[in-house]
Design a protein. Sequence first.
Length: 92
Amino acid sequence: MPQGVTLAKVNAELARYEHALMKFSAREKNGAVELVIEIKDTGLGVHTYYAPLHQRDIDHPQFPWTLQRYLYDCLHDYVVEMFIRTPQSREP
């Protein structure tokens, strides 16, 4: 599948999701597609989360379900990365 078509397919599927705090998109990077998760409140200074999507997953008939699981897994990871301090943090 041509890269532009692949990117459009991923973005079309992501358009089916709306979240109160996050926005979702996809971008082309080095000939592949990346999932992009950004927090809507840019004033918080939180980084953007990027996760690679594999072509075989995009081409698979179960792509909508695979993407949903991957999106939820990435959201979990992203939220965990936002911790400023945890009990395991080393004090400066």
